[in-house]
Design a protein. Structure first.
Length: 495
């Protein structure tokens, strides 16, 4: 075997790729991992979904697999491959347990299984799938570098700043990759005797591919929080005849505050820096269109919030609240990363600090009267006053007679200071990708496996459609890590 020959080549070193590398190396394969960045440790998600883990059993958490898969199928209107859903649910626990036992515990960390999945309406149906990576102090623990270290310990090699350009095939079999060094532009070829695994993520920061595959996503999203997602892995697979999802899927946070007057056709910021980040956008506040009118029940999954905005002028919404709202966020009882206090992102004071920062930056407006707030937000004054007055009346009566929001989520906006934010979507990742079977083999348009080509994570498809089911917390990460592990095991066992 020459120096450029390996058994398995993994393209991408994040959630799917790191787990694929560990799994293939565990099976005795000589593994090479390439990634176009300098490191990927910070990309590993802190919340991981699974069903039937050791942590859940210890916490007494039981999830009905049939109800969960039925829910996920219904959520996607059955625009998914149910065999992949079952493959995930039946293998997620083994993957998460492996991570905890082999990566987290050796570093003094563990998984916290979150039991709370309370919901009161059909649209907010939730499941307690969430596992949070933490320690005995209940701190967030960033473990990505440990996964890379584990892969190296098992024998995997890593080449950073190395980007996939093309796949190499011989008689229809994938036999290697052509790469380019992102710093020197040096081109190299590497041979893979057993398989190549595409773990390159989505395409959300490639505006040309967004325009082609997800044009509405360019309108309802004002930020892309994954600047590395250029779709290159998927494009390389398409060059050799791969089949991909024909409709978009995406995970969006409703947390993208923008300056007043923003035109979404001209505003699409790709950055790691959390520009305009507005965590409170995921709370069921009073939300209006750009005419100052309430148009729906704000108590819904994150992405439904932005879907609603696509039916309104400008593809944006306006959130309205006051000081009392920020002092009573616990009353909303939000889930996932919108949860108040750990394992959510913020506590009350941290949220107030973020709001103060966004005010200074010009992303959020503060006023002493509703009339002043309307002027700062460029909303019709009388419309905003009427919307706030109507909302306050319903809050006092304890019933949302317009759209049926739960009564415990009706918080009045009576006294100042008053706040408002114009906001759109933050695209975390696109989730439509290369079609795969339950062995993670990439398929061609005839539904046949392309020999020795695999895909996992957000580069793979068939698992999501349309909006992401965020009330199954940690599902994107778990989909990536579970299928990455399976892909690594399968590739390593090829003859």
């Amino acid at each position: 075997m020459n120096m450029n020959e390996y058994d398995v080549i993994v393209v991408g070193a994040s959630n799917a790729g790191g787990m694929a590398a560990c799994a293939a190396a565990e099976k005795g394969a000589k593994v090479l991992v390439i990634d176009k960045m300098n490191s990927t440790g910070f990309l590993y998600r802190l919340s991981i979904a699974a069903v039937g883990t050791k942590a859940q059993k210890k916490a007494g958490i039981e999830i009905d697999k049939y109800k969960l898969i039925n829910y996920l199928s219904a959520f996607a209107q059955d625009n998914v491959d149910q065999k992949l859903l079952w493959k995930w649910v039946n293998n997620s626990a083994e993957t998460v347990d492996w991570l905890e036992d082999n990566v987290l515990k050796p570093h003094g960390s563990h998984l916290y299984a979150q039991p709370d999945a309370e919901y009161h309406t059909l649209i907010n149906t939730a499941f307690p799938t969430e596992h949070d990576v933490t320690n005995d102090k209940h701190e967030d623990v960033f473990y990505g570098k440990w996964v890379v270290e584990k892969a190296k310990e098992l024998g995997a090699e890593f080449l950073w700043q190395t980007k996939l350009e093309h796949l190499i095939t011989e008689n229809g079999v994938v036999t290697g990759v052509v790469t380019k060094n992102t710093k020197t532009s040096e081109v190299k070829k590497f041979r893979a005797k057993k398989g190549v695994i595409i773990c390159t993520g989505g395409y959300g920061s490639n505006e040309a591919l967004m325009a082609k595959w997800n044009p509405l996503g360019l309108k309802k999203n004002v930020y892309s929080d994954s600047p590395r997602d250029d779709g290159s892995g998927q494009v390389a697979a398409l060059e050799i005849g791969a089949w991909r999802d024909e409709e978009p899927a995406e995970i969006i946070f409703d947390r993208g505050s923008v300056p007043v007057g923003t035109n979404t056709n001209e505003y699409y910021v790709k950055s790691w820096e959390d520009v305009g980040y507005f965590w409170m956008g995921s709370y069921p506040l009073l939300k209006l269109n750009l005419n100052g009118e309430r148009v729906g029940n704000e108590s819904a999954p994150y992405e439904f919030d932005m879907n609603r905005a696509t039916k309104q002028p400008g593809y944006l919404q306006v959130a309205i609240w006051n000081d009392a709202t920020m002092d009573n966020l616990q009353k909303f009882h939000t889930l996932g990363c919108a949860r108040l206090n750990w394992p959510g992102f913020y506590n009350t004071e941290e949220n107030k600090q973020e709001i103060a920062t966004r005010i200074k930056e010009g992303f959020i407006q503060k006023a002493s009267t509703i009339e002043e707030l309307a002027e700062k937000l460029n909303l019709p004054v009388e419309n905003l006053k009427a919307s706030v007055n109507t909302y306050n009346k319903m809050c006092a009566e304890g019933e949302d007679t317009q759209f049926g929001k739960e009564d415990f989520r009706l918080l009045p906006i009576k006294e100042g200071a008053f706040y408002g934010a114009v906001y759109g979507g933050r695209l975390l990742a696109t989730l439509d990708g290369l079609r795969v079977n339950t062995k993670m083999q990439v398929l061609n348009k005839a539904g046949e496996a392309i020999p020795h080509l695999y895909a996992a994570g957000n580069a793979s498809g068939g698992f999501f459609w349309g909006s992401y089911p965020d009330h199954v917390p940690g599902l994107t990460c778990s989909h990536a890590q579970t299928f990455g592990r399976l892909a690594g095991q399968q590739a390593a066992c090829n003859n």
